[in-house]
Ligand binder design. Structure first.
Ligand SMILES: [Zn+2]
Length: 512
């Protein structure tokens, strides 16, 4: 007994003092990188030791491990946490890894049923994954009788519902619907859904009383809410008004709120919206805004905000719309026809001004979210995990958003590198960690944290994806190593096949 205790004490002492006892103290060591931690401000050339998936040592001393990564000239950062990822498929994950992402969650549209979503990924995820309970999907299930089967983007549920009246989108608040819709959302929360997503910009018919009531359910479960707010417009009723509605809900229900892509909703009123969020926060509302670093959005032809009169509302014309599948630029007439005949057609929409996007990028407290959409082949299937880069069509942000932000930071220095990393990882983890305790150990480059780590060359990191045909899914470069839960999943810029270190990010399951 005594001897065993002595050995344990010796091991503990070795760990504590960092005395190198053998050549293989660590599973992985990352050597000579610029180690940056946004929470503490730590920013030094150091060595990082990893054991059993955890960061166990950060030191200027020499350390050795079974595997050594030379990070000279590179930044060693907390893996990027993306709370706005609709690209919930293996090819999408592969592109995210090349872009430095270690956790990709769909908190905006969310998923439904939640158990189906998590079941899909079990044992086959290369990055950490999670989803909120999607209010519109829950409505679809109840009001349209269509099962979104977890990942609704990857089956015919959306098209089926649009072809059949889409009550989830068009039906106004009816107290008689509420028990069933509430029960559906509650089931999702019991199944561990991360929060409740209210992308009400896509179903503006939904009544405010319904949103208020469902947000109250989120509060009961200690969860948070998110929103793609109402009124994508810069004239009344504007995106600003939509933000006010959700901030009011968050305030009165006392529930944390993530407001997605501020520039995309507020357009010319972006600075006013950012001020509104700051003011709400100063008054005790737990609210954060989000941005993505592009001036064109991704949408579909029948979106609420593209109904007749959209030109004045958004300050655009039909010529600012491009069909993703063909690359065809539309005009007012062509678009009206398309909306009538093919309402589900995916579009790029050049709706934002550079100065508004930059205002959100620079504003302290505004977090990064790629809003990456699924990529689709011409036949409507999504590219498989092994598909060549360049395959598939979709908004390039699904492949390059994070590296694009880092490139902007290098070229123009709108924020410091530390501020950028904070927006890419720590701030969202910090916002979520009360509701989702797993985030207490992520988004930080510190001893004791989980080893989700992104290693990039600050002088070379760049996006390579663009809107041009064949370029939508070109992977980012300058990010040679990514570790997920301590596993080197991107190695010399190659995603390692047949390794699936991703784990579910999920709230406690309470329905079993
Ligand atoms: Zn959105």
């Amino acid at each position: 007994m005594k001897a065993a205790k002595g050995i344990a004490a010796a091991i503990a002492l070795t760990i504590l003092s960092g005395i190198a006892a053998s050549a293989q103290d660590f599973d992985v060591v990352i050597l000579n990188g610029r180690v940056m931690d946004p929470e503490t401000g730590f920013d030094q050339i150091a060595n990082v030791g990893i054991n059993n998936g955890f960061i166990t040592r950060i030191t200027a001393d020499a350390i050795e491990g079974k595997r050594a990564i030379d990070a000279t000239g590179h930044v060693v950062a907390p893996g990027f946490i993306d709370g706005h990822s609709h690209a919930q498929d293996p090819f999408g994950h592969r592109l995210y890894l090349r872009d430095g992402v270690t956790t990709a969650m769909d908190l905006e549209l969310g998923a439904y049923p939640i158990s189906d979503y998590y079941e899909f990924w079990e044992g086959k995820a290369q990055i950490n994954y999670g989803a909120s309970v999607g209010h519109p999907w829950a409505r679809m299930s109840v009001l349209d009788g269509i099962d979104p089967k977890g990942r609704g983007f990857y089956n015919t549920s959306l098209a089926d519902s649009l072809a059949d009246g889409a009550k989830w989108q068009t039906k106004t608040f009816d107290p008689l619907d509420m028990p069933n819709v509430s029960a559906a959302v509650e089931t999702g929360l019991k199944e561990g859904g991360l929060g409740v997503g209210f992308p009400i910009g896509y179903y503006t018919a939904v009544g405010s009383p319904e949103v208020m009531e469902i947000a109250g359910i989120a509060k009961e479960y200690g969860a948070f809410i998110t929103s793609h707010a109402r009124y994508l417009a810069q004239v009344p009723p504007s995106g600003f008004l939509g933000m006010q509605e959700m901030i009011n809900v968050a305030h009165l229900q006392d529930v944390p709120l993530l407001l997605h892509h501020i520039p995309s909703n507020c357009l010319g009123l972006t600075t006013a919206c950012l001020d509104l969020i700051d003011e709400a926060r100063a008054n005790g509302v737990r609210v954060v805004g989000e941005f993505y670093p592009y001036t064109f959005a991704s949408t579909y032809a029948n979106a609420d905000y593209l109904r007749p009169g959209y030109q004045q509302q958004l300050g655009i014309t039909g010529k600012d719309l491009v069909v993703i599948e063909t690359g065809e630029q539309l005009d007012d007439e062509k678009f009206d026809k398309l909306r009538e005949e093919a309402p589900g057609t995916y579009l790029l929409m050049y709706s934002m001004k550079e100065k508004d996007m930059r205002a959100a990028l620079e504003r302290p407290g505004v977090v990064f979210g790629s809003d990456g959409m699924p990529f689709f082949n011409e036949d409507g299937t999504s590219p498989g995990i092994d598909a060549p880069y360049g395959t598939g069509r979709g908004h390039p942000r699904g492949a390059g958003a994070h590296a694009r932000f880092l490139r902007i930071v290098r070229e123009d220095a709108p924020v410091t590198m530390m501020q950028a990393l904070s927006k890419l990882s720590y701030e969202l983890a910090d916002f979520l960690d009360d509701s989702v305790p797993q985030f207490k150990l992520r988004g930080r480059l510190q001893e004791g944290m989980i080893a989700d780590i992104t290693i990039f060359d600050p002088e070379a990191v760049t996006d390579n994806s663009s809107w041009e045909t064949g370029q939508n899914t070109m992977p980012s470069t300058g990010i040679p190593y990514v570790l997920v839960n301590g596993v080197v999943i991107v190695d010399k810029s190659e995603v390692q096949a047949n390794l699936f270190p991703g784990v579910p990010i999920r709230r406690q399951i309470t329905n079993e």
